[in-house]
Write a protein of this length. Structure first.
Length: 597
């Protein structure tokens, strides 16, 4: 049985995350890092592919849940006629041996509780060898091992591990599941109570670094900031787009992708949101990750990398998994890593420019890399590419890609003029102006009154809403105003936006359709706010913020017909949109205006 994506909450330790359902079942967790094999894969494989459920043993019960304020500690409450209890789920941030702790605490009366643990390594395929040791169980498969320790008796049955116990008001029972290499002895389990206190303190102290309380939007923005932090791989500073794979963009369809990698584009949007809000350390670590990952020939720059900067991300399918609600195939890896996407060069140059503006020290070798990137853009900006949406059809002269080529040249010019770095500034200005002229003449269609998806097209694309957000054109320019109007009329579904229209041909090279794209819907709000339509922008923002789940988490897309989330979850791109759009609506000095200066 598959649960709606909205049913899940997220806990994490800055190495990986686990998805916890409303019913107390952990149905997705990859260890020891985001892109490792899953040991709980019921989320995309159905039953018997790995999960860990803690819930009432029998009888009817009502449930509710919440995060401990300003943390990633999740509390799930169960209440029945005989009593009530809560399950506290968290993963202590630590340098090694990722650890999942579940604490069951009695609230009232007497409750009968059951723990059902089914570990299946290698994305639900491999049953581990389980053996007892002095303080618990050790589960081994190949190079991987999990040790489980608990204050209650653990029993094996049908290749699973169970615990049945009674809990009364004020009592606590804890379970600690720790990852380690199979050649290593099981590490000593952490003290659950002390770890809980330390984890709460870690997250609440991190939130206190934020520069703004965001007025009425404090809670939703804080949750988005915490989510972005949770999607950061602490050992390297890499930021993943989402912690899941193959959650479908269309139920029953094949638009299923692996998002557990670091997209340069998504990461630059993410770090900008963090940087503006005062999180300079995260920006510094991502800058260092970027320098390591992008080192070498700019022709070999990839649009995405592994969390440690790995370049090889081969895509393949897992035939033994049925897919979320029978949406096959389940894909691991991502072939888009081999695509040519011109816009990432602009994102990279803008990121380094913003680093310097924010006072984050730069390295001389960073500028050496940047100048090589700009030289590559000078020579290749006129080439077609696969674009921001990673089409699997023919390459095109995508308008947004050309605009970001302009951004690459523009930021290089600004670095030389504002910070005194050496470079052929006048030559770069000539190329920058040439690109701008091309976009304004070939990327704008006078007949339909809008910037189009690609040169010579009549199709619309929500990515053109980013033009004012990167400083290419003012939001109140007549060309932009008419573009916004056209996009709102042709791409809107119940006030939400699809990514693009496809009237002329099947440009993305894929079958089926997808839901509305939440990040695009936030970009529309940005444009309304920046062009002076603040009341309308706020109304749309408030509507968008009703589409998350009860914990304030958002997916990539939304189905306006079934009223449910689609795509990988939680999605960094969407949470970045929340943070930046709230600022654009509330502040006269918005992130969009700041970024374009």
């Amino acid at each position: 049985m598959f649960r709606p994506i909205e049913d899940y909450g997220v806990i994490g330790d800055l190495h990986t995350v686990a998805l916890v359902s409303k019913t107390g079942s952990i149905d997705w967790m990859c260890l020891p890092r985001f892109d490792s094999g899953a040991c709980f894969a019921n989320l995309i494989g159905g039953e018997k592919r790995g999960h860990w459920r803690i819930s009432p043993r029998s009888g009817e019960s009502s449930t509710s849940r919440k995060y401990v304020k300003d943390t990633l500690v999740l509390e799930t409450y169960f209440e029945s006629a005989s009593g009530s209890f809560k399950v506290i789920d968290f993963m202590p941030p630590r340098l090694e041996n990722p650890c999942l702790i579940r604490v069951v605490e009695g609230i009232s009366g007497v409750s009968q509780v059951e723990s059902e643990l089914e570990v299946r390594f290698d994305y639900g395929q491999t049953v581990p060898w389980v053996k007892r040791f002095s303080d618990g169980l050790n589960m081994i498969a190949g190079p991987h091992a999990l040790s489980l320790e608990s204050s209650v008796n653990l029993k094996g049955r049908d290749m699973e591990t169970f615990a049945d116990f009674v809990i009364e008001e004020g009592e606590r029972v804890s379970f600690t599941l720790t990852y380690h290499g199979s050649l290593e002895p099981p590490p000593r389990a952490l003290d659950a109570s002390i770890s809980l206190e330390n984890t709460v303190e870690f997250w609440q102290n991190w939130v206190l670094q934020c520069r703004d309380n965001f007025s009425e939007y404090h809670d939703v923005v804080t949750r988005s900031l915490i989510t972005l932090k949770a999607l950061t791989y602490a050992p390297t500073g890499g930021i993943v787009a989402a912690p899941t794979t193959s959650l479908p963009e269309q139920m029953g369809g094949s638009r299923n992708w692996d998002y557990r990698y670091c997209w340069l584009r998504d990461a630059t949007f993410t770090l900008y949101a963090l940087m503006v809000d005062g999180y300079a350390e995260e920006a510094r670590r991502w800058r260092d990750w970027l320098l390591r990952a992008a080192a070498g020939d700019p022709e070999q720059l990839q649009i995405m990398y592994g969390v440690a900067g790995e370049r090889l991300i081969p895509e393949f399918e897992l035939s033994w998994l049925r897919g979320y609600e029978d949406s096959k195939p389940v894909r691991i890896g991502n072939a888009a890593s081999e695509q040519f996407q011109l816009d990432v060069y602009g994102e990279l140059m803008d990121a380094f420019y913003q680093f310097r503006r924010s006072g984050i020290p730069s390295f001389n070798d960073a500028w050496d890399l940047e100048t090589k990137v700009v030289e590559f853009v000078e020579q290749n900006w006129s080439q077609p590419d696969e674009g921001i949406w990673e089409i699997r059809g023919p390459r095109r002269d995508f308008t947004y890609s050309k605009v970001m080529a302009w951004v690459a040249l523009d930021r290089a010019v600004r670095v030389t003029e504002r910070f005194g770095f050496d470079g052929p500034t006048e030559r770069w200005k000539v190329v920058r102006d040439e690109i701008r002229k091309e976009v304004l003449t070939r990327g704008y269609n006078e007949e339909i009154g809008a910037f189009t998806q690609y040169f010579g097209s009549t199709s619309l694309d929500a990515s053109t809403l980013l033009l004012p957000l990167v400083g290419f054109i003012r939001a109140d320019d007549p060309k932009m105003i008419s573009t916004v109007k056209a996009i709102d009329e042709r791409l809107s579904r119940d006030g939400l936006l699809r990514r693009y229209s496809d009237e002329e041909d099947h440009v993305d090279g894929l079958d089926g359709e997808e839901g509305v794209f939440l990040a695009c819907s936030f970009w529309m709000v940005d444009n309304l706010a920046l062009s002076g339509r603040k009341d309308e922008a706020k109304e749309r923002l408030d509507y968008l913020l009703t589409l998350g789940n009860d914990l304030g988490l958002y997916s990539e897309e939304y189905d306006v017909h079934s009223k449910r989330m689609l795509g990988n979850f939680p999605q960094a791109f969407t949470h970045v949109g929340i943070i930046n759009t709230v600022r654009n609506v509330l502040s006269s000095q918005s992130p969009a205006k700041h970024r374009a200066e």
